[in-house]
Design a protein around this ligand. Structure first.
Ligand code: A3P
Length: 296
């Protein structure tokens, strides 16, 4: 049983046209000037698209055999630093990254593509982007904001979904995020664009695709072991991956490992909200070819 830090919820600020909070801009000079390495792997996502899942998969692929103690001694957010984060409770993302002794360095970011430090592109670092359909992403984000005191106050579901559609939400519009990164993939070949829905449908297949992107040769047995280890139920039970060690989250409101499903949006959207959302979606996504599945 943990006690939750009583933080005052941060307000949204406009940062280069993106809604942000000070926890992600306070350290901006260091983030902007971050020195990437050619073997760094950047895990980029819109919040709640499956960041932790893919972080854990990559951590196991690289370090599962060579440093098994890593998985039981350090929470995932210490092993895979959150680049732009600058919370008082743990060292900043750039500091954690600079202190990483292992290589490759796995680094997490939620930045829209245009705000990513340019040295990642200059160094031709590999990037794994994970995207999740807008409706489930919104539901997950709403529940996360309710329980995480370091996030802006979400309001009720209807308030939140309106803000989501307007893009007046932390890390900016989902629409621009997923389509901006999709666009990047057309010119930057060291980027693998993954879908949360594909991961749910067949985790083993996606692990295999990741291995081929990363140039890793793993045995089917190893991949099978990893696929089991990263199953929702296993990660929910695992203190090092379920965020129960971070005292800004109130699991009595909602757990971090909440449902892990495709299609949970059907339990939240009213018929009217769904119709409005579909209209907005059509408009905002009319110039991109990225396609999502909202059910399996
Ligand atoms: P839900 O809130 O829909 O359950 P992030 O890591 O980007 O914050 O994303 C969190 C979301 O990914 C949560 O979604 C969480 O349950 C889900 N998730 C994390 N690990 C998962 C796994 N192994 N299988 C399925 N979903 C997972």
């Amino acid at each position: 049983d943990m006690s939750v830090l009583k933080l005052s919820r941060p307000e949204l600020i406009d940062f280069e046209g993106i809604s942000m909070i000070h926890y992600f801009t306070d350290n901006w000079e260091k983030v902007k000037n971050f020195q990437a390495r050619p073997d760094d792997i950047l895990i980029a996502t819109y919040p709640k698209a499956g960041t932790t899942w893919v972080s854990y998969i990559l951590d196991l692929l690289y370090f599962g055999n060579v440093a098994p103690e890593r998985q039981t001694s350090q929470p995932i957010y210490m092993r895979v630093p959150f680049l732009e984060s600058c919370f008082q409770v743990i060292p900043s993302g750039t500091e954690l990254t600079d202190n990483l002794k292992t290589s490759p360095r796995l680094i997490k970011t939620h930045l829209p593509v245009q705000l990513v430090p340019k040295s990642f592109w200059e160094q031709n670092s590999r990037v794994v982007y994970v995207a999740r359909n807008a409706k489930d992403n919104a539901v997950s984000y709403f529940n996360f904001d309710r329980m995480n005191m370091a996030e802006p106050e979400p309001g009720d579901w209807n308030t939140f979904i309106q803000k989501f559609m307007e893009g007046k939400i932390l890390f900016g519009p989902w629409f621009d995020h997923v389509s901006g990164w999709w666009e990047k993939k057309q010119t930057y070949s060291n980027l693998q664009y993954l879908f949360y829905e594909d991961l749910v449908e067949d985790t083993g297949r996606e692990v295999e695709r990741l291995c081929s992107f990363l140039g890793l040769s793993t045995s089917p047995e190893e991949r099978e072991k990893i696929t089991k280890g990263v199953h929702f139920d296993a990660m929910k039970q695992n203190k090092m991956t379920n965020y129960s060690t971070l005292p800004v989250m109130d699991f009595k409101i909602s757990p971090f490992m909440r449902k892990g499903k495709v299609g949970d949006w059907k339990n939240h959207f009213t018929v009217a909200q769904n119709e409005q959302f579909d209209e907005v979606y059509k408009q905002k996504m009319k110039n991109t070819s990225v396609k999502f599945r909202t059910e399996l």
